[in-house]
Design a binder for this molecule. Sequence first.
Ligand SMILES: N[C@@H](CCC(=O)N[C@@H](CS)C(=O)NCC(=O)O)C(=O)O
Length: 203
Amino acid sequence: MSIKLHYHPLSTYSRRVLMALAEKSIPHELVVVDMPAGRHRQEPYLSLNPYGRVPTLEEDGFVLFESTAILGYLEARWPTPPLVPADLRGRALVDMHMKLCDLQFTRQAGTIIFPKRFLPKERWNMAAIAEAKGQIEKHFAILERHLAGRSYLVAEQFSLAELCYVPFLEFLALMEITPPSAVAAWSERLLARPSAVATRPRQ
Ligand SMILES: N[C@@H](CCC(=O)N[C@@H](CS)C(=O)NCC(=O)O)C(=O)O
């Protein structure tokens, strides 16, 4: 049994999995996919993940992609320490928040973060960036009401839902987004977590 994670150190979605591996102290091997050289769009990587994205997990011939599916697998294989509540409804709420994170936040964040991190300014689509920023601000207004009087999204415990947010909350300043107070406090709390600090990208 050995976990191999194909990833890139600057990849936000990969960082979710790196954090879970750290939270659970899971032994693993890291394989850097040379994305700047386009290796994710070439063989042999495409045979592993035909969508050409990272992260991809491999374990004794078993291959899994999509970060949220990987997080669910790691949670089931290594339930301790738990990153989901023990009860059925708590778990369902974590699933809901993970889904909402991808639908209402990370998709839009990618529209802003990717060009700002990796493309020259002439290639930034300012209209798309403004639209994405507006959608994130709407989502944060909803989160703000939910987080009022709470430290975490579900059952007052750090969960896979928070873990999905962390790599993208890292770039609030780059996105020029000032979150409302409860979201700001929550974000600071999450980014100070040892697994977040240990996996913080250089850029
Ligand atoms: N839904 C996927 C998203 C993965 C993703 O978009 N990863 C980026 C890097 S952070 C990537 O591989 N991009 C390359 C591409 O789309 O060509 C997941 O959750 O794993």
